[in-house]
Design a protein around this ligand. Structure first.
Ligand code: ZN
Length: 240
């Protein structure tokens, strides 16, 4: 892939949490679950999460490809809304493609085990080990690493199980992806992370359309696994 820009490119293919919600209410921001495409100025492709948005992303990548596709998929965590698009990510069905899958352990079950399990019968007719593309799954141990020309720094999120947020640094700017936090659901992007971090957080503290719920929605959901308490929300809002 060649990119004729000096800036990092970011495209959102899915930003919704928990459940894909196509329909009139999600026309503007889309109804697909988490999937973000990042392309560095040097052409390194990093897909962050593979929710249902990965289907359209895969179609787009194949339509644009002028040869074998090389890219990496970086998982924030293995909850269903972040991995369920992988079986429908069409580049895995082309044998010339090379895909590197990275993520931290799937809450004690292992990343490879989690990803292959969701494609086992009776859940899906084609196993992940049977797909034609060259797919390599790597369980991350380090907090900082490189994906091609992209430097990645991670930090763990306040979220059930193992869940990481990432900062991707390129020669053309940096982006930060923080998929889900107990006190806030959504996607945070800050081009030039250090300068705009506060601004990005301020945007998300409003009713973020990239989220499943507004703050008002969240408060009664204290029994949900991604629970939020009024105290946590108040502390977070106050601290930004
Ligand atoms: Zn989750």
């Amino acid at each position: 892939m060649s990119v004729n820009t000096s800036r990092v490119q970011v495209q959102f293919w899915g930003t919704r949490g928990s459940l894909a919600r196509p329909g009139r209410r999600t026309l503007r921001y889309g109804g697909n679950t988490s999937c973000v495409q990042v392309t560095s100025p040097k052409g390194s492709l990093v897909v962050i999460d593979c929710g249902t948005g990965a289907h359209d992303l895969g179609r787009s990548l194949l339509a644009e490809a002028r040869g074998p596709l090389r890219g990496s998929i970086l998982f924030s965590h293995t909850h269903w809304d972040h991995i369920q698009g992988l079986p429908f990510f069409l580049p895995v069905y082309k044998e010339q493609n090379h895909l590197r899958i990275l993520g931290y352990e799937g809450a004690r079950h292992g990343l490879a085990n989690i990803l292959t399990s969701q494609m086992e019968s009776p859940f899906f007719p084609i196993g992940l080990k049977e797909v034609p593309a060259n797919v390599k799954i790597e369980e991350l141990k380090e907090k900082s690493f490189n994906i091609g020309s992209v430097r990645v720094d991670s930090c763990m999120a306040n979220h059930p199980g193992v869940c990481a947020g990432y900062r991707l640094s390129t020669a053309g700017g940096s982006i930060a992806f923080f998929p889900i936090v107990l006190i806030l659901l959504g996607v945070m992007v800050a081009v030039n992370w250090r300068r705009r971090h506060a601004a990005a957080m301020a945007v998300l503290n409003s009713e973020s359309p990239e989220s499943s719920w507004t703050a008002a929605d969240l408060l009664p959901r204290s029994a949900y696994s991604h629970r939020v308490t009024a105290k946590e929300l108040a502390q977070h809002t106050k601290g930004v």
